[in-house]
Design a protein around this ligand. Structure first.
Ligand code: IMP
Length: 423
């Protein structure tokens, strides 16, 4: 396996965690380069379910080194808790297999409070965030008032910087009617988390470049999905980081010429959580999938909105990310349907569009243009070999990849490692 960036080609929750876990069999290093604990990667290994929020999924493979890069925003209390949770489940998390960037920005308690308060204040216009403080933390980073991992490891510096930030944020919180943070208590909690994270912290850029020289195989695991990208997504209904392939380079310090391929992960249909336009949304399909116990968020437990496969969106994701091959997940979710729809174009004011408009009001006004294919009406979850796949399921998979402009490389028919078909 060469150096690969894996990204979500839709609105997140594409099943990336499972594909990453499958690929880490051959990856020596797994890098997270953006987002924070708004992500939730579900991986099932040996019958045990693991939900990872910030720690790369590679942690579940002995011998794989996991890196949390500079582009990530990190809630120290949440990460320390995630490490404890994994350790309690018997997963070894040590400085040998986890390295955290000293340049990663911190998500601090006032970010979480502000995230929630701003959402409430927006009323019906809310974004539907995960309330993990992601937007306010990236906002502080860009405004150059953020605190970083390196600060947390230096209590005197951290205390001084935090005092200023808490004082300023308490004024803002007061405007939303939220009780002020107690500085001493906040400081003590953060320093305790910092102390437990300290052994894991270092210069990840230097480590990754050494790994490049040693020709180690790297997998960059994207969080969220293309249409939640701060630049290319359905703004403002997006997250606050670059979820697209370029984000893996800026968020890790590994330059583009060391990347060999980009793998897009997408569901055989479409889902999104939170607000914002979703042209192929179909409540009937959502009811069916929810009735099967599928499509509830792993971070917030929210029922995901569901819709038909949207080739217009994924075609665009292919352009932005330079997707070479596609992994299609959740095919088994469609097993019981007599026919399946695929959106090939949008119609807007009488015009046929190949790619989505960037203005969200226009996107919301787009009508999907569908083709329909016969369903395969056969359970696929036990299939392990492409040649044994129902012909109609193969036709569907090849069609959605063809319309999206990239080659199919993996088909996934269930959450377990074994339920993966490599082409
Ligand atoms: P935030 O990232 O919490 O600020 O949320 C902004 C938008 O991104 C909301 O619509 C969230 O539901 C969505 N979002 C954030 N993380 C994920 C994820 O891991 N999967 C799917 N949607 C996400």
């Amino acid at each position: 396996m060469a150096n690969t960036i894996l990204i979500g080609a839709q609105w997140g929750d594409e099943g990336k965690g499972k594909i990453i876990d499958f690929l880490t069999e051959t990856a020596e290093i797994v890098v997270r380069s953006q987002g924070g604990n708004n992500a939730g990667h579900t991986v099932i290994v040996g019958g045990t379910k693991y939900v990872l929020h910030l720690i790369p999924s590679g942690i579940l493979r002995p011998g794989t080194k996991c890196v949390i890069g500079n582009g990530v925003v990190l809630d120290p209390i949440a990460v320390a808790g995630e490490i404890d949770g994994l350790t309690a489940k018997g997963v070894s998390v040590t400085p040998e297999n986890l390295l955290i960037s000293d340049a990663a920005h911190l998500v601090l308690p006032y970010h979480r409070h502000l995230d929630e308060a701003r959402e409430i204040a927006k009323g019906a216009g809310k974004i539907g965030t995960t309330k993990r403080g992601i937007g306010p933390a990236y906002g502080d980073k860009i405004a150059r008032v953020g605190l970083r991992m390196a600060d947390l490891l230096n209590p005197a510096v951290f205390s001084e910087k935090l005092a200023t930030r808490v004082a300023e944020n308490n004024e803002t919180l007061a405007r939303y009617g939220i009780a002020p943070l107690d500085f001493e208590q906040t400081l003590a909690q953060l320093l305790a988390a910092g102390k437990s994270l300290a052994p894991f912290v270092g210069n990840t850029v230097v480590f990754l470049h050494k790994s490049v020289r040693e020709k180690k195989h790297m997998l960059f695991e994207g969080a969220q999905g293309t249409f939640l990208d701060i630049d290319h997504g359905t703004y403002p209904y997006v997250t606050s980081s670059n979820t697209t392939a370029g984000g893996a380079c800026t968020g890790s310090g590994v330059p583009p010429h060391h990347i060999d391929s980009v793998l897009g992960v997408m569901k055989a249909y479409t889902t999104r959580v939170g607000e914002g336009p979703f042209p192929t949304e179909d409540e009937g399909l959502g009811d069916m999938l929810h009735g099967m116990g599928r499509e509830f968020g792993s971070t917030t437990g929210r029922a995901r909105r569901c819709g038909w496969f949207d080739a217009v969106a994924v075609r665009y994701a292919g352009m932005i990310n330079g997707i070479d091959t596609l992994a299609v997940t959740n095919l088994d979710g469609l097993d019981s349907l007599a026919s399946v729809k695929i959106c090939t174009h949008y119609r807007l004011n009488g015009a046929l569009l190949e790619t989505p408009p960037m203005d969200y009001a226009q996107l919301a006004a787009c009508e999907p243009v569908y083709i329909e294919m016969p369903g395969w009406l056969t359970p696929t979850d036990q299939i392990r070999d492409w040649n044994l796949m129902p012909e109609r399921a193969k036709d569907y998979l090849l069609k959605i990849c063809d319309l999206s402009g990239a080659k199919l490389s993996i088909a996934s028919v269930g959450p377990n490692r074994e339920q993966t078909i490599l082409l």
